[in-house]
Write a protein that binds this ligand. Structure first.
Ligand code: RIB
Ligand code: CA
Length: 324
C-alpha cells in the first residue's frame, strides 16, 4: 500500500446539494485530512447552510471536525438565496436527521485562522460557496497567507453564467469577495461552470448510489433526484451538474482536472455583467495570470472517485460492478 501524507484541507461551503457531495468526498477519501468546515450564506441563509453542513457530517459519522458559521451576507449588497434550486431547507429531498454536533462558538473566519495557524503544513482552502469568508480571512488575517497552500474554488465560468447570462451564482452573490481572492497573489484554482456542467448526475449515477445499499447512498440518491427536478424545471437540464465535489476532486487528484494559467478578472460594475469572471484564455490583454483555470475534466474518473468515497464513508462493501 503506497504510503502518503493526507493533505490538510478546510472546506468553506453553502450546503446545498452539491456542497453535500463535496463534504462526503472530503470525508471519505483518505488522501485528504478535513481540518474543519466553515459555512457561508449562499444557496440558503447561513442558519440553514450551517444546519445542513452539520447534518451531512453527522450522516457521514464525522464527529471530530469543527464546524463554524461564517458570514451571513455578501460583503456588499443583499443576499439572494437559490431556493428554486436547493429548496426551502437548502437540502430538500431526503429526510435528514437533525444535527447531532454543536456548531463551534467562533466565527468561521476565526476558525479558519486558528486551523491554518495551528497546522503542521500549509493548508488548502476549498471554497464551494460565495467567497465572502475566504476574502475576509485574507483581509483580516494576512499573516496566515504563507500557510495557505492553495485556494481551490468552485465558481465563475470561462463562458456563460447560470445566475445572470454571464455570472455564476457563487461569484454573482459576492463579486467583491471573488475580486479580493483573485487579487490575493495566492495559488488559486478556479473550477467553473464550463467544466462542472460535464459532471451530470444521470439516472445511472442515482441508481449506483442506491446500489451502495447504505443510508448515505440512499440520501445521495434522494438529493440528486430532487436536484434533477429543480435543474430540469429551472434550466431545462436532463440531469443536474454536481459542481462542488469537482473542486475537492481537484485537490485529491489534480490530474483529473486540466487547467491553464490565465488572467481572471471579476466584473464589479457592469450593468448587465456584474459578477462575471472575465477569463483571458487567449492572453489578449497585458494582465498576468492569477489563477489556474479548469478547462477539462476526466468525468469517468471523477464519478469513480466520488462513488468510492461515498461507499467508504457509508460503510458499504467493496466495489460493485458499476462505477467506483
Ligand atoms: O453555480 C453553482 C454553485 O452555486 C454551486 O456551488 C452551488 O452549490 C451554488 O453554491
Ligand atoms: Ca455551493
Amino acid at each position: 500500500m503506497r504510503e502518503f501524507a493526507a493533505r490538510p484541507v478546510i472546506i468553506d461551503c453553502d450546503p446545498g446539494h452539491d456542497d453535500a457531495l463535496a463534504l462526503l468526498l472530503a470525508a471519505g477519501d483518505p488522501r485528504l485530512r478535513l481540518l474543519g468546515v466553515t459555512t457561508v450564506a449562499g444557496n440558503q441563509t447561513l442558519e440553514k447552510t450551517t444546519r445542513n453542513a452539520l447534518r451531512i457530517l453527522a450522516l457521514a459519522g464525522v464527529a471530530d471536525v469543527p464546524v463554524a458559521a461564517g458570514c451571513d451576507r455578501p460583503l456588499v449588497g443583499d443576499l439572494t438565496v437559490a431556493e428554486d434550486i436547493h429548496g426551502s431547507s437548502g437540502l430538500d429531498g431526503p429526510d435528514l436527521d437533525m444535527p447531532v454536533a454543536e456548531v463551534a462558538d467562533v466565527h468561521g473566519v476565526e476558525l479558519m485562522r486558528r486551523l491554518i495557524g495551528g497546522a503542521a503544513e500549509p493548508v488548502t482552502l476549498v471554497a464551494t460557496g460565495p467567497l465572502t469568508n475566504v476574502a475576509l480571512l485574507l483581509r483580516r488575517h494576512p499573516e496566515v497567507m504563507p500557510r495557505v497552500r492553495r485556494i481551490v474554488f468552485m465558481g465563475g465560468s470561462t463562458d456563460r453564467g447560470n445566475t445572470t447570462p454571464y455570472g455564476e451564482f457563487n461569484i454573482v452573490t459576492d463579486p467583491e469577495a471573488a475580486d479580493i481572492v483573485l487579487r490575493s497573489g495566492l495559488p488559486t484554482t478556479m473550477i467553473g461552470l464550463n467544466v462542472t456542467h460535464q459532471a451530470l448526475a444521470t439516472t445511472e449515477i442515482i441508481a449506483e448510489f442506491h446500489r451502495l445499499g447504505t443510508r448515505i447512498g440512499t440520501v445521495c440518491a434522494d438529493l440528486m433526484t430532487f436536484f434533477a427536478s429543480t435543474y430540469h424545471r429551472v434550466f431545462g437540464f436532463e440531469h443536474p451538474p454536481v459542481h462542488d465535489p469537482i473542486a475537492v476532486a481537484a485537490v485529491i487528484d489534480p490530474s483529473m482536472v486540466r487547467t491553464v494559467a490565465a488572467p481572471v478578472a471579476v466584473e464589479l460594475t457592469g450593468t448587465y455583467t456584474r459578477g462575471a469572471t472575465v477569463v483571458d484564455l487567449h492572453r489578449r490583454t497585458a494582465r498576468a495570470p492569477n489563477a489556474d483555470v479548469a478547462v477539462g475534466l476526466d468525468v469517468d474518473a471523477f464519478w469513480r472517485l466520488l462513488m468510492a468515497a461515498v461507499r467508504t464513508v457509508g460503510g458499504a462493501p467493496g466495489p460493485s460492478n458499476g462505477l467506483g
